[in-house]
Design a protein around this ligand. Structure first.
Ligand code: SF4
Ligand code: SF4
Ligand code: SF4
Length: 273
């Protein structure tokens, strides 16, 4: 990554709850040190100043309007490095739920009949991850992103190292946390095929893994299916859970003309996809 001495960093948010930016802001202890090494030039949640000159863009949120496509492409043209920040951006996230239903029905349910009629004028398209629109250099997964992962990512990037991303299943973290597997309770779980790095927090706190961090590279779906069968569970039960974060349907639903990728202006930095 060829960038200036003190890289200029921008945070952008599209369709999302901005919880991942909040995680960045919650690094109170580390922020003073971080600010010794970078200059933040865009961060709507934290400052009013704005700049169109930046080296690294952290992009939070999925794309669900045409004007967001235009803005995102501009970010790609400006930034040397684009990082998808969190599940909404990386896989489409919870916003992809809207892709499951006819938009007219959704509008009416949410806004009422009259408002839904007016809402026809509002620009809305199926929600999608940002890499259906532009090339992305790195991903930080999770809903929200884990703070420690953001910090280790940024440290590696600033040191000129390739940021490493976890590529083992959540089950490994889960075993290390000493949890009892939810399969034993007759509940299906996405842990065997989901990218770890969250310390299996959902299982630790009494639920199961919903796959918010997306699949590991080359997930062993056959073994997962066999395990499900062994416990009398169906593959469908996990497919539905996986779809919650857009993992199964985000990109598939996004074959609209506007999402055709434009090539990145730089040679892709080595990194995790
Ligand atoms: S990934 Fe989750 S926490 Fe982050 S912006 Fe999206 S909904 Fe919010
Ligand atoms: S509860 Fe889920 S994540 Fe934990 S070991 Fe069982 S399948 Fe894996
Ligand atoms: S356990 Fe699964 S759903 Fe929960 S944070 Fe980790 S990856 Fe996301």
């Amino acid at each position: 990554m060829e960038i200036k001495e003190k890289p200029r960093v921008a945070f952008f948010s599209f369709t999302c709850c901005e919880g991942c930016q909040l995680m960045v802001l919650s690094c109170e202890r580390e922020l003073p040190d971080i600010l010794n090494h970078i200059k933040i030039v865009n961060f709507r949640e934290a400052m009013t100043e704005k700049s169109d000159d930046y080296d690294i863009a952290f992009v939070e949120g999925s794309i669900s309007r045409k004007d967001e496509i235009r803005k995102l492409k501009k970010i790609r043209k400006t930034a040397k490095v684009v990082v998808a920040l969190g599940a909404c951006s990386a896989t489409g996230g919870l916003n992809c739920l809207k892709n499951r239903y006819p938009m007219e029905e959704v509008k009416e349910k949410v806004y009422g009949k009259k408002a839904a009629k007016d809402y026809k004028l509002i620009d809305t398209i199926p929600a999608r991850p940002i890499d259906t629109v532009i090339n992305v250099d790195y991903y930080i997964h999770g809903c929200p992103i884990p703070k420690k992962e953001f910090l280790s990512f940024l440290t590696a990037l600033l040191m000129g190292k390739k940021p490493e991303m976890t590529n083992h299943p959540v089950c490994v973290d889960c075993k290390m946390a000493g949890n009892i597997c939810v399969f034993e309770k007759g509940i299906s779980c996405l842990g065997p095929v989901t990218r770890a790095g969250c310390d299996a927090i959902c299982v630790t706190y009494g639920t199961w893994c919903w796959g918010c961090r997306g699949p590991v590279d080359n997930p062993n779906t056959d073994a997962h299916e066999e395990t499900l069968k062994r416990y009398g569970l169906t593959a469908e039960s996990v497919t539905k859970k996986f779809a919650l974060y857009g993992n199964c349907m985000g990109a598939k639903k996004c074959s609209v003309e506007e999402t055709i990728k434009e090539p990145s202006k730089k040679v892709k930095t080595a990194g995790h996809k």
